[in-house]
Design a protein around this ligand. Structure first.
Ligand code: ADP
Length: 218
């Protein structure tokens, strides 16, 4: 059976999630207080309803507990976001993802039982900072406070060097998970394969080790 999603709040964030889920052929219930937003998504989502998610009876009558995953993308109204999340938790929704506006909001959401809290502006800010600081960092994904996955572009320094020669795991404690070259991606790169300028390395490791490696080799 197809997974059922509900998106509460159809601003830029919730709206783009809703569009993408629909694009991927998923069943999506779109909900917003604002009539214009609901009309905008009537053609996109499977169902679009104008409703206040802080009203428990509304949530119950929509059968929200039967959805596999509910995304709460209420923007500035932190109180509504918290109240909605609390009710979804109490109703037993199996997966609840909530957008946090700030660190306090995030803390409360975690405490009351949201399964995943996202902080898109902050996270995107961190990614962009990494991109602009180093011209070799193409993308950056934070796994925890200490660990990340980064995409690094091979420059002249290590052109024609092999992974064995670079000895990255022993020297820096990082792992090369994959090498991308043009459209191809090699997910188990051979130790003796030569890197070429422009290749993209996907590296996993501790931030401090990745930084050390970046400074030495990139
Ligand atoms: P973004 O930063 O993602 O653009 P917005 O603050 O613009 O966020 O969007 C949040 C959306 O959530 C708005 O369209 C707003 O009408 C909707 N919203 C706010 N409170 C509720 C609520 N209690 N129930 C349903 N939708 C809500």
């Amino acid at each position: 059976m197809k997974k059922q999603f509900a998106v509460i709040g159809l601003g830029r964030f919730g709206g783009s999630i809703c569009r993408e889920l629909a694009e991927q052929g998923m069943e999506v219930l779109a909900m917003d207080l604002n009539e214009d937003k609901v009309n905008e998504f009537a053609q996109v989502a499977t169902h679009a309803v104008m409703a206040d998610s802080t009203d428990e009876n509304t949530l119950k009558s929509l059968g929200i507990r039967n959805f596999d995953h509910v995304i709460v993308a209420i923007g500035d109204d932190i109180q509504s976001s918290i109240l909605t999340t609390l009710m979804l938790v109490e109703l037993g929704v199996p997966h609840i993802t909530v957008k946090a506006q700030n660190d306090y909001h995030e803390k409360v959401l975690n405490k009351i039982g949201a399964h995943k809290v996202v902080h898109p502006e902050r996270d995107m800010g961190i990614r962009i900072a990494h991109n602009v600081v180093s011209k070799n960092v193409l993308d950056y994904l934070e796994l925890s406070d200490e660990y990340s996955i980064v995409e690094l572009i091979v420059g002249r320094n290590i052109h024609k060097k092999t992974l064995i020669e670079l000895d990255i795991r022993a020297r820096y404690g990082c792992n090369i998970m994959a090498v991308k070259r043009e459209e191809k991606i090699d997910v188990s790169p051979m130790a003796d394969a030569e890197l070429v300028e422009g290749d993209i390395l996907i590296v996993i490791g501790a931030d401090k080790d990745i930084n050390r490696m970046e400074q030495d080799l990139f």
